[in-house]
Design a protein around this ligand. Sequence first.
Ligand code: TRP
Length: 325
Amino acid sequence: MKRIFSGIQPTGEIHLGNYVGAIRNWVTLTDEYDCVFCVVDYHAITVEYEISEFRKRAIETALILLACGLSPEKCKIFVQSHVPEHTELAWIFNCVTPIGELERMTQFKDKSKQHRANINMGLMDYPVLQAADILIYKAGFVPVGEDQVQHIELSREVARKFNARFGNVFPEPQALLSMAPKILGVDGEAKMSKTLNNYIGLLEDEEVMWEKLRTAVTDVNRVRRSDPGNPEICNIYTIHRAFSDNRILLDVDKGCRTAGIGCIDCKKMLFKNMIAELGPIREKALSLMKDTDYVIDVIRAGAKKCSAIAKATMAETRSALGILA
Ligand code: TRP
């Protein structure tokens, strides 16, 4: 079975964008692939974070993955720092990665602008640790969003450079782009994100969810109820595509274009379908929150399985490097 690796940051609340763009897709992948899913806490410390909340965040992120339907019987779920070989391999990869490649990473450039007061080595090295995450499991496929493609390209280059110098140890991983439409925030402008505070949290109360949806920006050219709208440029329609079936999509499309329905009507239909899918996830999450010991057991067991693979890859890697056993 081909292996897949993907990572998710434990930074704060998981939102609709994460769910539709990534996690929901991960669940289906577990049927066909040997999947490894990682809560990447060492990546998260490259920027400022709330130390007192950090443990809780790691657990909560794993908890949400479980609530969304990832099953520990069908995939491995663990926390990055529990398998320290990731950082060990990252060091070795550092020695084959040209600095120039890291300097031109767009995420590095963006984050350097956002965190001017703390442009640290880890921020620049972030993609190298990501390459180690993937390659330590010799994963062939990496389900990610468009914004991570550049990092996967770098992973391929790292594998190539390593293999050229030390012999063939690592496969070149490929990005597996999700077909899911990209969801913007409630501002209808920027990608949904926790930092931009334009998100709808996956576990938010129904009332809060509805309030955010109700006031979310639609087609800005549709000012009055009687104006026809254009679903193609409406973020709400994009979200509809993630939750509603074709019949409803056609109705909404037609209703919007002819001003037959208003934006609130459209949002009500969407909300109903969203809740139908997210309600059970929320319930599962709430019940897991009462049993975090179970979640901790799951991630410990995940780390144990991953450790075995990671240790074997490290042994092979050290030997390729000519390091004293
Ligand atoms: N950089 C990824 C993100 O921000 C998270 C991540 C870390 C990752 N390591 C990974 C994703 C390895 C895929 C594979 O979304």
